[in-house]
Design a protein around this ligand. Structure first.
Ligand code: HEM
Length: 399
C-alpha cells in the first residue's frame, strides 16, 4: 500500500501530483494520521463504493472522525431517503431556475459595489458573499448576519475530516454562535405558528412544518439540516468560483476562448469542477470486512472516496492534467465533484447557476482581468482551492 499524509503541504498546493503518485503506487492508499484510514484513488473503485451504500455506510459521518450530524450526508437509508424527500422541494429544478434572475441581480449589485476600485481579492469581493447570500435566501436567514459570520474554511465537512473535531471541547466557538442564531430562527418560526401568522415560503418553513411518513422533525433535526445546508451550500461554491477564475487567468488561451464565445461558460464551470474539485473526497465506513484491489479492509475502516483523484484518473479521462474547456460537455458532466449515487449533491444545479452567472458577469464587467499576486490556498483539509485571488481589472471610464 502507498502511504500518504493528507494534512501535508503537498495536498494543499499540488494534489494532482500527489494523487497520481498514490494511484501509481497502489490504488488503495493508507494513512496513519491520526489513526489508520484509507483513500481510494481509481475512478472504478470510487464508483464501486458509491454504488454499494449497504456495504459502504455514511452513518459514521462523511469525514475522518467517527462522528457526524444526524441528517442527509451522515445517515443511511431509510432515514436518508426520507431526509432527501424533506428538502427536495427546495432543490427541484423549477425552484432553482426561478432563482436565476435574483442571483444575476445580486452578482451585478456586488460588482457595482467594488468595480471602481480596479483591484482586490476576488474571493473576498465576490466568491465568498454570493453563495452565502443565496443560501441565506433559501434558509430564510438574515443576509447581513450571514455576511458577518462568514463561515470559515473549517466547514462542517472540513471539520469532520479532523478526528479531533469529534471532541466537543474542540468546537469552534464562532460556529456555536451560528447554531445559536439558527436555534433562535427556529424558535421564532414556531412562535409564528402558535400566533397563527403566515410563514415565509422557504426551506426553514418546509422543514419545520414537514411531516413525512408520520415523522415530524424535532428542533435538533431542523438544526442539523440548517447547519449542514448552510455550510455545504456556501464554502464549496465559493471554492468553485475562485478556482474557475484562477485557472482561466493561468491559461490565457482558454480565457480568450470563452471571452470570444460565451456559449463555453458551462464548459468552464464543469472543467473547473473536474480539474479542481472543491471537495477532495468524502468518507464511508464498511459494515463488514471487505477487499479493494487486493487490500483487506477490516470492518469499520474509514475510507475516503477520492472524488478529486477519480477526476484525474487517466483510465477515465484523456490527458486529465490538462485544463481544457473544449472537452465535450456531456462527457465533462460525468465528473465526480458532486459525488454520485444516493448522496449526489442536491445543490449542484444551484452551484452551476451561480458559477455560470458569476463568470458571465466577471467577463462582461471586469475587463482585462489579471492576477496581481500569488493566490493563497485554502487550509481546510477536505476542501481544495484558492482562499484569496488577488486581481486587477480596467476600471470602466465615465462611470
Ligand atoms: C461547487 C459546489 C458544491 C460541491 C463541490 C458539492 C459537493 C458535494 C459532494 C461531493 C456531495 C456528496 C457527499 C457524499 O457522497 O457523501 C454533496 C452532497 C450534498 N450537497 Fe453539495 N456541493 C456543492 C454545493 C452545494 C450547495 C450549493 C448545496 C445546497 C444549497 C449543497 C447541498 C448538498 C446536500 C444537501 C448534499 C447531501 C446529499 C445527501 O447526502 O443525500 N451542495 N455535495
Amino acid at each position: 500500500m502507498s502511504d500518504f499524509d493528507f494534512f501535508s503541504e503537498k495536498f494543499r498546493t499540488d494534489p494532482h501530483a500527489e494523487y497520481d503518485r498514490m494511484r501509481n503506487e497502489c490504488p488503495v492508499a493508507h494513512s496513519t494520521e491520526p489513526y489508520d484510514w484509507y483513500a481510494v484513488t481509481r475512478e472504478v473503485d470510487v464508483k464501486q463504493m458509491i454504488r454499494k451504500p449497504k456495504l459502504w455506510s455514511s452513518k459514521h459521518g462523511p469525514g475522518l472522525a467517527f462522528a457526524g450530524g444526524s441528517v442527509l450526508v451522515s445517515v443511511d437509508p431509510p432515514q436518508h431517503t426520507s431526509d432527501r424527500r424533506l428538502v427536495q422541494e427546495a432543490f427541484n429544478a423549477e425552484t432553482l431556475t426561478a432563482l436565476e434572475p435574483d442571483i444575476r441581480q445580486l452578482i451585478s449589485d456586488e460588482i457595482d459595489s467594488f468595480v471602481q476600485r480596479g483591484e482586490g481579492d476576488l474571493q473576498e469581493l465576490l466568491g465568498m458573499p454570493v453563495p452565502l447570500i443565496v443560501i441565506a435566501w433559501l434558509l430564510g436567514l438574515d443576509e447581513n448576519y450571514c455576511r458577518e459570520i462568514r463561515p470559515r474554511a473549517d466547514s462542517v465537512i472540513a471539520r469532520h475530516a479532523d478526528a479531533q473535531s469529534a471532541d466537543p471541547g474542540n468546537r469552534d466557538p464562532d460556529r456555536a454562535d451560528e447554531m445559536v442564531y439558527f436555534a433562535e430562527m427556529i424558535a421564532k418560526r414556531r412562535q409564528m405558528i402558535v400566533d397563527g401568522e403566515d410563514l415565509p415560503d422557504d426551506t426553514l418553513t418546509a422543514l419545520i412544518t414537514a411531516e413525512l411518513d408520520g415523522r415530524v422533525l424535532t428542533d435538533t433535526d431542523v438544526l442539523g439540516f440548517m447547519g449542514f445546508l448552510f455550510i455545504a451550500g456556501s464554502q464549496t461554491t465559493t471554492q468553485m468560483i475562485g478556482n474557475m477564475v484562477w485557472r482561466l487567468l493561468q491559461n490565457p488561451e482558454q480565457m480568450a476562448l470563452v471571452q470570444n464565445d460565451r456559449s463555453l461558460i458551462p464548459s468552464v464551470v464543469e472543467e473547473s469542477l473536474r480539474y479542481d474539485s472543491p471537495v477532495h473526497g468524502l468518507f464511508r465506513t464498511n459494515n463488514e470486512e471487505t477487499e479493494i484491489d487486493g487490500v483487506k479492509l477490516p470492518v469499520d475502516s474509514k475510507v475516503m472516496c477520492s472524488f478529486f483523484a477519480a477526476n484525474m484518473d487517466p483510465e477515465a479521462w484523456d490527458d486529465p492534467h490538462k485544463f481544457d474547456i473544449t472537452r465535450d460537455l456531456d462527457s465533462l458532466k460525468k465528473h465526480w465533484a458532486f459525488g454520485k449515487g444516493i448522496h449526489l449533491c442536491m445543490g449542484a444545479p444551484l452551484s452551476r447557476i451561480e458559477g455560470a452567472v458569476a463568470l458571465e458577469l466577471i467577463l462582461d464587467r471586469l475587463p482585462n482581468l489579471r492576477l496581481t499576486g500569488e493566490p493563497t490556498m485554502i487550509s481546510a483539509p477536505v476542501l481544495h482551492g484558492v482562499e484569496t485571488l488577488p486581481v486587477a481589472w480596467d476600471v470602466p471610464v465615465g462611470k
